[in-house]
Design a protein around this ligand. Structure first.
Ligand SMILES: Cc1cc2nc3c(=O)[nH]c(=O)nc-3n(C[C@H](O)[C@H](O)[C@H](O)COP(=O)(O)O)c2cc1C
Length: 406
């Protein structure tokens, strides 16, 4: 068994000189247990015959978007849905540019647009093409959107130049994908995650909310999925693209978040409460827009139900992780929260600073549990999410093996 066993990979081959190396890559991916379906751009077929990939992948090769026979069953959509991962290797400068601007002018680019699976890109091109500001900007933009960029490598090029731009060796690409699919630290477990802010209605047009962007919770959901978990995400309103997880439920208010979490938590092994749920909500919400004819207005707020405490009080509770956002005395508040809400772990972040916390792309966490704590220093929320998920997996398994040996 490898992390690639049973994984369904659409391998996109584009028209570069390194297209021949994708044949070896197909073989390696299949040897590692993955199912591979190859989609080629028209230019790629000038470099290597589709027949080569058909023989190596054991599946028909897809080249044409406007193939009436295949499209009678919406071929590009079914390929997009089938994929656990779309890997473009080699990726030309041209294809990277098309991916960046979201063109759907051939089969492969349309699959990339239509898929909810992760996309990985292994660029291969002349070093000056790689160095070109347009290519660099395109790659940076794709990376910011969550596309995984594999390589390129440095060395001799087919054009006789030397520099950055070579396709990573097929074995390296395979290794990268192995780690991308995670080490299975949460394999077979169900993880329920809440994310984002809530909105507490004052009237049909106004609400009270907070500055949570949802980025941390979404990054955790993706990291948990990569670690092999079945992930259900319950999210308040955010501007983010839904992450690629098993289930996403959208809610608005703290009361809706409470109901949704409580209905899903019985089947969860781990609950991570990363949402910034309102602590108080207007006692009543006007059913018509409130007019501005009074000089003062008093809003009576009532405490919302505490989701974390409700989850941790369940007789058959999941491993429960709470988040804390504090402006001061972070460690003390985090430890108090751990005890007061009988949680298994608290991840606390500073807010109101220049770096980290709400809305930022980076974060730093102080994490504590019964009998230990650690710092996760400032890094991208994606990196912090991966580190936290591994910590959660470690504590979850340690707690369960202690229970089993009792
Ligand atoms: C012999 C030859 C080799 C090429 N090698 C590359 C390459 O390695 N990388 C690249 O980005 N473009 C390369 N190109 C240019 C692409 O083939 C061209 O941009 C094409 O439009 C790419 O189409 P596609 O992105 O749809 O596959 C090469 C062209 C030729 C004629």
């Amino acid at each position: 068994m490898t992390n690639l066993t049973g994984k369904q990979i659409v391998l996109g081959v584009t028209g570069g000189i390194a297209a021949y190396k994708a044949a070896e890559l197909t073989r390696l991916l299949r040897n590692a247990g993955a199912s591979v379906r190859v989609a080629m751009t028209r230019a790629a077929t000038a470099f290597v015959s589709p027949l080569t990939f058909q023989a190596l992948s054991g599946n028909p090769v897809h080249t044409e978007l406007l193939d009436t026979e295949e499209e009678s069953a919406m071929g590009h959509i079914s390929l997009a849905r089938w994929a656990d991962l779309v890997l473009i290797a080699p990726a030309t400068a041209d294809f990277i540019a098309r991916l960046r601007i979201g063109l759907g002018d051939d089969l492969l680019s349309t699959v990339c647009l239509a898929t909810r699976a992760s996309i990985a890109v292994a660029p291969a091109m002349n070093q000056a093409m790689w160095d070109n500001p347009a290519t660099q900007e395109n790659v940076r933009c794709l990376s910011d959107r969550g596309v995984r960029i594999l390589g390129p490598a440095e060395g001799d090029q087919a054009c006789g130049e030397v520099g950055l731009g070579r396709l990573l060796e097929p074995q390296r690409i395979c290794d990268e994908l192995e780690s991308f699919f995670g080490d299975g630290a949460l394999a077979g477990l169900s993880v329920l995650i809440s994310a984002g802010p809530t909105r507490e209605p004052i009237d049909p047009v106004r609400y009270i909310s907070n500055r949570s962007s949802g980025k941390m919770g979404y990054a955790l959901a993706e990291a948990a999925a990569r670690a092999g978990a079945k992930v259900s995400l319950v999210t308040g309103p955010t501007a983010l693209k839904a992450p690629r997880v098993n289930e996403v439920s959208w809610v608005e208010s703290a009361a809706e978040m409470y109901r949704c979490i409580m209905s899903k938590v019985p089947s969860a092994d781990i609950y991570i409460g990363a949402a910034a749920v309102a602590d108080y909500s207007p006692e009543t919400a006007a059913d018509r827009k409130i007019k501005k004819d009074q000089l003062e207005m008093v809003l009576t707020l009532r405490k919302t139900q505490d989701i974390l405490s409700a989850v941790s009080a369940l007789p058959k509770r999941p491993f429960t992780v709470g988040f804390a956002a504090e402006t001061d005395d972070l460690e003390n508040y985090a430890r108090q929260k751990l005890v007061a809400k009988s949680l298994d772990m608290v991840a606390a972040n500073w807010v109101g600073r220049d770096e980290g916390g709400f809305e930022n792309d980076d974060n730093a966490l102080f994490v504590c549990w019964n009998g230990g704590d650690t710092y996760l220093p400032l890094a991208s929320k994606k990196t912090i999410a991966e580190q936290l998920i591994h910590l959660i997996a470690e504590r979850y398994h340690a707690q369960n093996s202690a229970k089993d040996s009792r």
